[in-house]
Every structure is written in structure tokens, then in C-alpha cells.
Ligand binder design. Structure first.
Ligand SMILES: [Zn+2]
Length: 230
């Protein structure tokens, strides 16, 4: 293909202009720098396990608690909790107890308005013994608005802090700052609005059980992932 001499001359003239040359060099430097950083980011992602990256994008407490979950895995069937979690079952009677309200979004009044259930409701023997699911220290023992009589325990597992919460109790057997052992009786199940004292917002007897990544309401995770049933 023949090159038009006029076009060739114009191109040479442009390249000989110093300002134009400097601009071209500047653009090349910028492009090379951007490509270098993109390659460096790709290399970082490939060389680092995804687990470590997760820390940057999610709640740190949540990630730590996920560690416990992966170390003590569980198999769950609604209403039939199976085995191998780190926490023992929070009620003494494991035979007839079933999950009557699962963790997650639900419509408690069939009103079309979804709300989050921050724990699971376990229902079996009325006034069953409520057990500490793991060694820990009582951080709350008293009454809360919709939960009635309730208890919260702080645990430390493999250096990771995790909290469990037990609500709608007909009686409380522990006090704040008391140390408890796994399987120890901490209270008595309740929540029957006609028979039990201080049932809170409950339509029938059951234990509302939560697992939290930190002490306050709203830091819940699915408790089914952590408990086992003999
Ligand atoms: Zn509940």
C-alpha cells in the first residue's frame, strides 16, 4: 500500500514537535502504570485465599463465628436437629422437642409483613430444664420487653467470643457474672401466656434460642448451625 507523501510528512512533523512527543510519552507511562496495578491486584487475589479477603468485605465478628461453624459442622433438618455442632441442645428433653419457628424472615401474624426471627423457637416439654449450651459467663439475667425472663451467656471458643440468648423462661436459676458449664441448668422453659410468669411476647410455651456474634440484639446468626442433638 502506497503512503501519501503529504500524510507521511504531516506525521513526521507531528512527531518532531516536542510537546506532542512529551504528551505521547506521558500517555504511555499512564497506561503502563494502570496495567501494572491491575496485574498486581489480580496476582494478590490469586495468591491469597478467599477467606482472608472476606474479612475486608464483611463484618469481622461474623467471619470469626463462621470459623467456629466450619470447624464444628452440623447437619440440619427443620424440626429434627441432627449432630456434631459445638453447642449441646439448650433443652433437657431432646426427643419430643421440635423447631416451631425457624431462624430468618417470616410472617408471624400472616399479615403480609415479613419480619426477622432472630433465633429459633424450640417447643417440647412444658417447663423443661434450659441448659447452657457451652461453658461461659452470664452477661444478662433478667427481663426484657418482648422476651420476658431471659438469659445471655458469653462464651469463648478457640479464642473467639460468641453469645447465646435464652428467652421466655418461667424462672431464672443464674445471676450476672456467674460462671456456667456446658449442660448446666440455667432456668426453666415457659412462655405460656395463661400459666407462666412474665412470658413476654409469646403465644405458647417455648424456648426462644439465639446465637449472637456480639452481646446486643441484632448480631444474630442461624443457631441451627451450632447446636447438636444426641
Ligand atoms: Zn422466637
Amino acid at each position: 500500500m502506497a503512503v501519501d507523501p503529504a500524510v507521511l510528512k504531516a506525521t513526521v512533523d507531528v512527531l518532531l514537535n516536542e510537546d506532542t512527543r512529551n504528551n505521547i510519552i506521558m500517555i504511555i507511562v499512564i497506561v503502563v502504570t494502570v496495567v501494572f496495578f491491575l496485574l498486581a491486584i489480580c496476582a494478590y487475589i490469586l495468591l491469597n485465599p478467599l477467606e482472608s479477603l472476606k474479612v475486608y468485605f464483611s463484618n469481622e465478628d461474623q467471619v470469626l463465628v463462621e470459623e467456629i461453624k466450619s470447624k464444628y459442622p452440623n447437619n440440619i433438618i427443620m424440626g429434627n436437629i441432627t449432630k456434631n455442632g459445638i453447642f449441646c441442645f439448650p433443652l433437657e428433653n431432646t426427643e419430643s422437642t421440635v423447631i416451631t419457628a425457624d431462624y430468618g424472615m417470616y410472617d408471624p401474624w400472616n399479615s403480609g409483613v415479613l419480619t426477622k426471627h432472630t433465633g429459633i423457637d424450640l417447643s417440647g416439654v412444658h417447663r423443661d430444664k434450659v441448659l447452657a449450651v457451652y461453658d461461659g459467663i452470664i452477661v444478662f439475667a433478667g427481663s426484657q420487653n418482648s422476651y420476658g425472663n431471659c438469659i445471655e451467656i458469653k462464651h469463648e471458643i478457640d479464642g473467639i467470643e460468641i453469645y447465646t440468648f435464652y428467652a421466655h423462661l418461667s424462672s431464672i436459676n443464674v445471676s450476672i457474672e456467674q460462671e456456667v458449664k456446658q449442660g448446666q441448668v440455667i432456668g426453666i422453659e415457659g412462655g405460656d401466656p395463661f400459666i407462666d410468669p412474665n412470658p413476654g411476647n409469646s403465644t405458647g410455651h417455648h424456648l426462644h434460642f439465639e446465637v449472637r456474634t456480639s452481646k446486643d440484639y441484632g448480631n444474630d446468626v442461624d443457631p441451627k448451625e451450632y447446636i447438636y442433638k444426641d
